[in-house]
Design a protein around this ligand. Sequence first.
Ligand SMILES: [Zn+2]
Length: 340
Amino acid sequence: MGESVMSSTFELANGTETVAKGVKQNSPQPAACPICGGEQIRESLVAPDRFHLRKQMYRLLRCQSCSGVWLASPPRPLEMWQHYTEDYHKAIVTAGEGAATSRWKPQVKLISQHKSGGAILDIGCSSGGFLSTMKSPAWKLYGIEMEESTAERARATTGAEVFVGDAVDAPFAPASFDVITCFDVLEHVYSPRQFLTKVLHWLKPGGIFYSMMPNIDSWEARVFGTHWFGLELPRHLSHFSPRSLRYLMRELGFEEVCLKTPAVSYMERSANYVYSSLLEQMGYTPTPQAKPKAPSLPARVVRKGVRVALVAPLAQMASLAGAGPCMEVVFSKPHQTRAE
Ligand SMILES: [Zn+2]
């Protein structure tokens, strides 16, 4: 990894960038933590986009006060398309749609423990994998999706009303929703504070916000460092921990209902990044995860053994310790908001 690549990335810092007319303003490089305003900031790590096995390096900063982590000088919105490739979308859509009923069963169950019906908005609904599992006379379905053809698929399969565009531009009226879901989205938005303020605005009093996102303070993130799968550079712009998320949500006026780290694991994918780095150092050209190959039968047998003997027990232990790689959170909008 060449110094020249790193220094050219760093020169983008202190972003007093001008943005093309009509394009959403990219947040300037904050001098303070975007979550708590703290000024004790240090470099957390420097790493490339390992999903596509690209060379450009990105820098993460960490707030010493609230443990918030964010991407220094992120790509501008106009440039982001280069990082959301067809391979990336294929991987996301496949993961969301594949056996949707079983894939989303835990989420549907959790919602049913809090709400029995009403209006539900899924932000980042993709082709409607999750919404399709909520289809019933009890629920009126809404979605937000960035891409028109994907939104059309969601409309066709779920009957949901889907807004196409940036979530903060969606024209929903205040107090419209009983439930707002947002799975693996918050880490992609330029201003989580602005995004979550909209969410609070759109929720009915007593409504719930249900979200999932990577946990930057997880055991796996610490062990794998720059090879951790949850980094997803430069698509993930913010990296939350239980502490930093709680801080932000409380400050905005949400009430915590639950925050846990389920027994899931990115270990195999992170280990694959380590393996790719080793191959590169040995002069080979590894296959990026963006273009996965079907594993051979012996490889599948080994993988199964590792999952049962190592990954599953470690994932269980990390989950019990609240240090799993993914956070699952529910926050509610109080019946009495601060402004009232
Ligand atoms: Zn902070």
